[in-house]
Design a protein around this ligand. Structure first.
Ligand code: ADP
Ligand code: MG
Length: 463
């Protein structure tokens, strides 16, 4: 009927606008490389901030002692303690506690409310430290603080928040030194802990990845948001005016979520999502790729279909109008539905959107939309990784030389959304050809927490 023709037309148009053929991905990868150079050349030289992390040495395996880590950056935050045993014993013991951050703390609260919440949770966790963790007498506990937002660092253990992303919005933190704020809150909570390292989750993942595998050269986060960090040669960072580190290297937090380029396949749905977001005009690449947004893009396309056709009934299902009601894990469950009648899709449509009787044809359209949105996100992230490899001259096979490049990836989107992951890996092969043999994408499960603890160890006051 005419209704199906209309729905199919919306689908087809969306599919065309989202297309990411290899040629386009190469343009995206090239643009990423160009922006990397520009961001390294000067402060504010690019949408890519290419932030200097002050991490000029990655873990060696010699790290020893009890260290804490705190991971703030998504809807949950994690506190962790690790007993490091050096080269022989490695990670002796490791405990994690996850705490969800109330919505009213994430957005619209104040710096004191946020950091008191964190410090209180940490204090409770420290109080449960068992006998199998050992702090030498007279020593202060030390912590690696993973803070996954753009920060202008002044040193390894200080830095001011440039802006919030990913649903956080607490005005009076912007411009503040987050280590200072955390330290004051810990004092208010009666907790005596020194922040030894402030790291982005990408940098933590890179450190944790390197600890396990010496070939790790970059880290990518694919979770609530997306970002990447990599090891750069310090002498090719024109905006770095400090002394060249002994290692000759510096880890760069790219903040690639804010990448944008005329080559990105931006649709009207992306534009509307952006305009109505907490951070309009920013994090455009992230809004096409990451877990916070994929389900929301799907909702927007379905909403358009419901408005322009009668496939969802005579009026738009009210739930379908609620922003962010369709979460990416639900989208993944629908996309992975293997049942012949797409039962999972039917149930999700019923439970989440209160669409009781979806037809098989409708369910198939939903699955196709999942595929279009997720393929685009996964392929664009592959192009970003290829951009990094190009910057490092690691995107081609060096004759005779077998240099392996490992990218450590963390984040639930990559870990749990199998079709996303497969599509990313497929696109890497498509773009790299034979060189793909020397590139490994490795899941680094919660590497950022361990990584932050390792960096706290290598920046301990007791070394
Ligand atoms: P963060 O990035 O906040 O540190 P995670 O790495 O746990 O945290 O990523 C959480 C995000 O991953 C969620 O916002 C969600 O969008 C996405 N996600 C979680 N589970 C799944 C899943 N099973 N399938 C697809 N996406 C998922
Ligand atoms: Mg994380």
């Amino acid at each position: 009927s005419g209704e199906w023709a209309k729905a199919t037309a919306i689908l087809k148009e969306f599919e065309e606008k989202c297309a990411t053929p290899a040629g386009k991905l190469r343009q995206v990868a090239d643009a990423m490389t160009v922006e990397m150079h520009a961001g390294l050349a000067s402060e504010g030289g690019s949408k890519l901030k290419m932030l200097i992390s002050y991490v000029d040495n990655l873990p060696t395996g010699d790290e020893q002692g009890l260290f804490y880590a705190l991971d703030l950056g998504g809807t949950n935050f994690r506190v962790m303690r690790v007993q490091l045993g050096g080269k022989e014993k490695r990670i002796v013991k490791h405990e994690v506690k996850e705490v969800s951050i109330p919505q009213n703390v994430m957005a619209g609260s104040s710096s004191d409310v946020l950091f008191d919440f964190i410090a209180t949770a940490l204090a409770k966790f420290v109080a449960t430290e068992g006998d199998d963790f050992h702090l030498p007498p007279g020593r202060q506990r030390e912590l690696g603080f993973t803070f996954s937002f753009p920060v202008k660092q002044m040193s390894i253990a200080s830095g001011t928040l440039i802006k919030w992303t990913k649903g956080f919005s607490i005005e009076d933190v912007v411009g503040q030194d987050v280590v200072g704020e955390l330290t004051k809150a810990m004092e208010r909570a009666g907790l005596d802990v020194r922040v030894a390292a402030l790291v982005n989750d990408t940098v933590g993942t890179l450190a944790g990845g390197r600890y396990n595998n010496p070939d790790v050269i970059a880290a990518v986060i694919l979770g609530t948001g997306t970002n990447a960090a990599y090891v750069e040669q310090a002498h090719v960072i024109p905006k770095w005016h400090g002394l060249l580190p002994k290692s000759g290297e510096m880890v760069i937090n790219m903040e690639w979520g804010n990448f944008r380029s005329s080559h990105l396949p931006v649709t009207e749905y992306d534009q509307n999502l952006d305009v109505e977001s907490l951070n309009p005009g920013e994090q455009i690449y992230e809004k096409m790729i990451s877990g916070m947004y994929l389900g929301e893009i799907l909702r927007r396309v379905l909403c358009r279909m419901a408005e322009e056709t009668s496939l969802f009934g005579d009026y738009v299902p009210p739930k379908l109008k609620i922003p962010f009601i369709l979460r990416t894990p639900d989208m993944a469950a629908m996309h992975h539905d293997k049942s012949y009648d797409l039962k999972v899709v039917g149930n999700k449509l019923k439970d989440i959107l209160e669409v009781p009787n979806s037809t098989l044809k409708m369910r198939k359209i939903v699955v196709e939309l999942c595929d279009i949105i997720t393929s685009r996100g996964a392929r664009l992230s592959a192009a970003g990784i290829v951009g990094i490899l190009k910057k490092l001259g690691r995107d081609t096979l060096k004759d005779g030389l077998k240099q392996r490049s490992v990218i450590a990836v963390d984040g639930a989107l990559f870990e749990h959304y199998t079709k996303f992951r497969n599509c990313l890996e497929g696109a890497m092969k498509e773009l790299l050809g034979d060189a793909a043999e020397s590139i490994v994408i490795e899941l680094s499960n919660d590497g950022s927490g361990v990584g932050a603890a390792l960096l706290a160890a290598s920046h301990s006051q007791y070394l």
